[in-house]
Design a protein around this ligand. Structure first.
Ligand code: UD1
Ligand code: PEP
Length: 420
């Protein structure tokens, strides 16, 4: 199993290109199931999750062709199976997002329940209720969601009890082919939802209000092919900015969308970073600045993202002062704390809040990655710790960070992949 070996202490300097967003690319790949015509998707990141989604489409008999420019062309003309099997869904819960497109286009879907994961129970009840509201018959049996509809789905008014990103995306994709009007209230406003909607609109869908909490969809009979470039990954961007903050120096992220990172940049400035930005870049300069602990409260966009919580927890662990981090989105997203404590971090967890007392230094240690962003926080810890840190189980990182060791090394980090 691959590990990352990091020798701490190097100051980071330079530029890093941000890859396409995993969480936008995954539903957009699924959106190709909504039409018979070819859909071409570019700026896809090279990540294990993307490979899993492509394998899932392939397992259905969908044709997926890699073009010379590295874009991917997907065509459903050859589809034979309307199923997402457990073997694939268990490795990536975002596979659930094929439910809406399969049901809306083919009238039937069988999708394995994703189950819980290292960050909490993560139910999909709101996805299922949304499909039922659109007129689907849904049964959960033997760990599978079996959904079907006679004829077309029917537009409906749907209020999400909780803001759900994949839930909004799944139901929005089902509604674009439904008969009549659908109104989604308390919908997710994340940039990835907006990117998916823009792809659907390019395919001929009629959607209004994306980026607000009320999305209105006027169903159409059929969608057509399109070419869609995926937006840059705001979480990857934020992670490299935190790397610059904790390791000192000057780090510029390029080919990003600064508007998507406002909550993160606000906290980086509060932490003492000198942050400047242009149309598609953000730079953090820590030369001579003292890193200060900050208070964080995660919540749906545009508030501070839960996917940046672990990285800021680490920032607090090496900053001056005491910072409080409150996690309101997932019930169990503090798995990185124990590992950071093994490196000398001082933290107290109480319910969904952790209070971190900043330390002058952390000490390198062998640590275990438990989920994607927890892993990112351990890599960041390794960059600042004294001595060597060996991060085990980095398959989590490979789900979400393209070429992380190459990108970090280009900024000056001493980091390499160890295979055994
Ligand atoms: C592939 C992808 O895009 N993943 C992102 C997506 O996950 P995902 O879409 O799975 O997360 P949700 O927004 O759905 O989860 C938000 C909250 O709603 C709850 N919930 C969700 C659905 C449901 O049917 N019932 C229910 O109770 C969840 O348990 C959680 O407490 O948004 C999360 C929140 O920004 C991010 O951390 C993930 O990186
Ligand atoms: C939690 C995440 O992803 P997923 O929803 O795919 O588990 C993430 O990207 O941080």
């Amino acid at each position: 199993m691959d590990k990352l070996l990091i020798t701490g202490g190097a100051t980071l300097n330079g530029e890093v290109r941000i890859s396409g967003a995993k969480n936008a690319a995954l539903p957009i790949l699924a959106a190709a199931l909504l039409t018979k015509e070819p859909v071409t998707i570019s700026n896809l990141p090279h990540l294990n999750d993307i490979t899993t989604m492509i394998s899932l489409l392939g397992s259905m008999g969908v044709s997926v062709v890699l073009n010379e420019d590295m874009s991917v062309e997907i065509c459903t003309e050859t589809i034979t199976e309307l199923e997402a099997p457990y073997e694939l869904v268990k490795t990536m819960r975002a596979s659930i997002v094929v439910l809406g497109p399969l049901l809306a286009h083919f009238g039937k879907a069988r999708v394995s329940l994703p189950g819980g994961c290292a960050i909490g129970s993560r139910p999909v009840d709101l996805h299922i209720k949304g499909m039922e509201a659109l007129g689907a018959k849904v049964e959960v049996e033997g760990g599978y969601i079996n959904a079907s509809v006679d004829g077309r789905l029917k537009g409906a008014s749907i209020f999400f009890d909780k803001v759900t990103v994949l839930g909004t995306e799944n139901v929005m994709m089902a509604a674009v082919l439904a008969e009549g009007k659908t109104v989604l209230e308390n919908a997710a406003k994340e940039p990835e939802v907006v990117d998916l909607a823009n792809c659907l609109i390019a395919m001929g869908a009629k959607i209004q209000g994306v980026g607000t909490d009320t999305i209105t969809i006027e169903g159409v009979e059929a969608l057509h092919g399109c070419h869609h470039p995926v937006i840059p990954d705001r979480i990857e961007a934020g992670t490299y900015l935190v790397a610059g903050a904790v390791a000192g120096g000057k780090v510029r992220i390029k080919e990003a969308i600064p508007e998507h990172l406002e909550a993160v940049v606000t906290k980086l400035k509060e932490a003492g970073g000198i942050v400047t930005q242009g149309d598609d870049w953000i730079e953090i300069d820590m030369n001579g600045q003292t890193l200060k602990a900050v208070d964080i409260r995660t919540a749906p966009y545009p508030a501070f993202p839960t996917d940046m919580q672990a990285q800021f927890t680490l920032l607090n662990a090496v900053a001056r002062g005491t910072g409080t981090v409150e996690e309101t989105v997932f019930e169990n997203r503090f798995m990185h704390i124990n590992e950071l404590e093994r490196m000398g971090a001082k933290a107290k967890i109480k319910g969904n809040t952790v209070v971190i007392e900043g330390q002058e230094t952390l000490k390198g240690a062998p640590v275990m990655a438990t989920d994607l962003r927890a892993s990112a926080s351990l890599v960041l810890a390794g960059l600042v710790a004294e001595g060597e840190t060996l991060v085990d189980r980095i398959y989590h990182l490979d789900r979400g960070y393209e070429c992380i060791e190459e990108k970090m090394a280009m900024l000056g980090a001493t980091i390499r992949r160890v295979t055994n």
